[in-house]
Ligand binder design. Structure first.
Ligand code: DNO
Length: 357
């Protein structure tokens, strides 16, 4: 397992790389070209300059989260091939630059969705939270303004203002796209990119839908063990893999995360570990990483990664906002660093209790 930290790049992330480097055990960052729109071609010099920023601070680029997928690909529009071509060219450049793990998602219109970005907890910290009853009352066309106005002035990952400005058009292109069509479009995309992934040994890691059920009537196809396995089987190639996000899958208490990790052995290329606290169906808060703070058993989750020989990148996922920090919701420094210390502790204890032969 390689411990990493998500970083949005110079000028976008308020957390300096020097601070990330000081978190024990972190070897690299998971980053992106944050200003790129889905479908854009990534230039080599921009990728090199990201690499240089990281290297100057003793860190590597362990992977990209995300190279986002254009809606024409997700919706299967006639013009999708030009965006697939750009994606392939971007992968080629990333591969040539030695970057071999790419996280992406296949959620229509909205990436991760929350009803509140700073819910105050009894201890005074604040967290992201979700309540389906609240979301049901929101007009999806106003969802962006709601998220944006609560984001502490940061652009939220997956909520690019330029794309959100076309929200009506976005909803329109998904009319007629049901789960089956969306899945076919995913398979079409994966088949097209596998040759370049094979050539450069790039591991693609699809991120589960968050929350793990349909929101605003849009289809969702990456929500549980069964459909993750179906996706792996549809394109039987090790480079077609998964980001095992415990918080996204864990939004549905029906998902057994350790069991899912075991079932996907060999196809999990990236791990996002965090905890959630369930209150009722469709209602949860993001908790601290510690098992007892939420509803997931983080020890059992780490044990499943350990036992399946997981050797990919792992990062703490969303943290709480604590100690007066004002950061990008979910992506503050302090609580994610605490999360890393805890996850490292579990890993060390597992590796000493169950040494590998
Ligand atoms: C939110 C993130 C997502 C994730 C993308 C992957 O905090 O988990 O935005 O990065 O879905 O493409």
């Amino acid at each position: 397992m390689k411990m990493t930290f998500r970083w949005f790049g110079t000028g976008y992330d308020p957390i300096p790389l020097q601070h990330i480097r000081q978190i024990p055990g972190v070897v690299g960052v998971i980053t992106t070209l944050y200003d790129k729109q889905a479908g854009d071609l990534w230039e080599r010099d921009r990728i090199r300059s990201l690499k240089k920023d990281a290297a100057d601070n003793g860190l590597e680029i362990s992977g990209i989260e995300s190279v986002n997928i254009h809606d024409a690909i997700k919706a299967g529009l006639p013009e999708r091939d030009k965006y697939v071509e750009n994606y392939i060219k971007t992968l080629e450049i990333l591969g040539e630059e030695g970057i071999d793990m790419v996280c992406y998602n296949f959620m229509p219109v909205f990436d991760w969705t929350r009803s509140e970005l700073a819910k105050i907890r009894p201890d005074g910290s604040n967290v992201l939270s979700y309540d389906q009853e609240v979301v049901d009352k929101i007009n999806p066309e106003t969802m962006f303004e709601k998220m944006d106005s609560a984001s502490n002035g940061f652009m939220l990952p997956g909520w690019e203002p330029e794309r959100m400005a076309r929200i009506k058009e976005l909803f329109a292109i998904y009319r007629g796209v049901n789960d089956e069509r969306l899945f076919e479009n995913l398979v079409y995309f994966l088949k097209a990119i596998m040759p370049v992934c094979d050539k450069y040994n790039i591991k693609m890691a699809i991120h589960p839908d968050d929350p793990a059920w349909p929101v605003f009537g849009l289809p969702r196809i990456i929500t549980n063990k069964e459909n993750l396995l179906k996706m792996c089987k549809a394109v039987e190639n090790v480079h077609n893999g998964v980001t095992l996000c415990t918080g996204s899958l864990g939004s549905n208490p029906g998902n057994n995360i350790p069991d899912t990790i075991r079932a996907l052995k060999g196809r999990v290329h990236f791990a996002h570990v965090r905890n959630v606290k369930h209150y009722a169906p469709g209602k949860f808060d993001e908790a601290a990483h510690l098992s007892s703070d939420g509803s997931l058993d983080v020890y059992e989750i780490m044990k499943a990664f350990y036992e399946t020989g997981f050797d990919g990148c792992l990062r703490p996922d969303h943290g709480r906002m604590i100690w007066g920090e004002k950061g990008m919701p979910g992506y503050g420094l302090y609580d994610r660093a605490l999360g890393i210390a805890y996850l490292n502790g579990i890993w060390e204890s597992l590796s000493k209790t169950f040494p590998r032969r």
